[in-house]
Design a protein around this ligand. Structure first.
Ligand code: 9WN
Length: 430
């Protein structure tokens, strides 16, 4: 569809079906990622879903990001899940997060997710600056506070990279990068609990029970300190900086600067510029000469991960990568794509920990593909970007709007009628 503006009635075939998925997952001002598996509002899903709505209903696209940012905490964090309604089919729910005093109404989780919202809002605004100026102007201060929270809460020592305190914060839950940092966490106290995800989808496509024990230990750690950001930064046993989150934040700051400049919000532009300088310089710490790319850094041990992930390519989405590195990255990515039928795998297909169907250990995700392709185009790698776009749509044509896809066979995995897959098809890939 590639960003043409049409009315719903003008959409046909795959595009109409994608729009119908978004409308079917619409719960009135916010969209659930997938009706059964994820029945609440998720942070980066919502932002990315707004792009799909923008193709046929710009007002509804703005509502999506407005409802997301309406859940901002007083300290600036925008939570990763907003529990608008009571619903028992997802675990962990509000009781486990224990944020009722902090989040007020409705309850939320206690962590955040990659802040792609500013990038999305910049695109919504660019469609018709005069029409959307007032709506955007109200959201910029919220984005500014959220981005500032990242530096204050997740980089209090000023290293120039923000940490995640939970794998869910990265949005890439069971990436092999977390295996070693998680292995140092004591899970003996987590007790028994009932996972709901494996009641709904095949357990071979989901994180393992041992991963969940670690996830729950970290939720308990956050809840026990009432999500105190100082305590978390000093003591959380999981504290890693990863290229996906840091790249998306750097891109978000650039897009926030553009919007603030355009709308005359000079103080926001100045603050974002200062933050961006710190983050741009700090990102260098994620470069590993041994691996040959940007990788996760365990900040507790000052130790780089041993593999490239789909997040590594997001360095090109973050901003300009020096030409020699960009060329090297494009060559490695081309090699990855020669190893699989459809790109981009979420983890190095040649690495021993690659698993083609288990969630973030190998499968292809449409919205990551969009971000990677966007960065590639900005570095002149248009053929590679086009291959990724075509792969994305081929996967959807073969396996429908699934949560993610096997890079080897093209088989779909996880949830069905998935919002961000529909959104990416409608906005970009079809
Ligand atoms: C935990 C909703 C979310 C995505 C994440 C994806 C998955 C949740 C889960 O689903 O995470 O946040 O329960 O598995 O990993 O990226 O936002 O689609």
């Amino acid at each position: 569809m590639s960003q043409m503006r049409l009315s719903l009635d003008q959409l046909t075939g795959t595009n109409r079906r994608a729009a119908d998925i978004l409308l079917g997952n619409d719960r009135g001002g916010y969209t659930v990622p997938s009706a059964k598996l994820y029945p609440f509002q998720w942070n980066w899903d919502s932002a990315l879903v707004a792009l799909g709505f923008s193709v046929f209903d710009s007002d509804r696209a703005w509502q999506e990001v407005e409802s997301l940012l309406s859940a901002q905490w007083d300290n600036g964090m925008v939570p990763h899940i907003i529990f608008w309604k009571e619903e028992k089919s997802y675990f962990p729910g509000p009781e486990q997060w224990g944020t009722t005093d902090i989040a007020k109404t409705p309850p939320t989780s206690g962590i955040t997710q990659p802040p792609v919202a500013a990038t999305v809002i910049e695109r919504l605004l660019a469609e018709d600056i005069d029409a959307h100026r007032d709506r955007a102007a109200k959201l910029l201060p919220k984005l500014d506070r959220w981005h500032q929270w990242f530096l204050d809460a997740r980089d209090p020592d000023g290293r120039g990279v923000v940490a995640i305190m939970h794998p869910w914060e990265s949005g890439r839950d069971n990436l092999p990068d977390w295996d070693r940092p998680l292995s140092f966490i004591d899970t003996t106290g987590v007790g028994t609990y009932h996972r709901r995800d494996t009641d709904i989808v095949n357990k071979d496509e989901r994180p393992k029970n041992d991963d969940y024990d670690h996830y729950m230990a970290l939720v308990r750690f956050g809840r026990d300190c009432n999500w105190n950001t100082d305590h978390i930064a000093r003591n959380c046993p999981f504290w890693v900086a990863e290229p996906g989150m840091n790249a998306i934040l750097r891109r978000a700051e650039r897009d926030l600067i553009n919007m603030a400049t355009l709308l005359g919000q000079d103080d926001i532009a100045a603050r974002a510029t200062a933050r961006l300088a710190r983050l741009d310089a700090g990102f260098e710490q994620l470069w590993s000469e041994t691996v040959g790319g940007y990788v996760t850094l365990d900040l507790r041990r000052d130790e780089h991960a041993t593999g490239l992930t789909s997040g590594s390519w997001l360095a090109m989405f973050a901003g300009p990568v020096e030409p020699a590195r960009a060329t090297k990255m494009a060559a490695t990515l081309t090699y990855w794509l020669s190893q699989v039928k459809h790109g981009v795998p979420s983890f190095d297909p040649n690495h021993e920990l690659f698993d083609s169907i288990r969630y973030w250990r190998g499968p292809v995700w449409a919205m990551i593909n969009w971000m990677i392709a966007t960065g590639l185009i900005e570095h002149g790698e248009t053929d590679l970007a086009d291959r990724i776009r075509r792969d994305t749509q081929a996967l959807i044509d073969q396996s429908d709007f699934r949560e993610y896809f096997c890079p080897v066979t093209g088989r779909g995995g996880g949830g069905t009628d998935f919002s961000w897959t529909a959104s990416m098809s409608l906005y970009w890939a079809a």
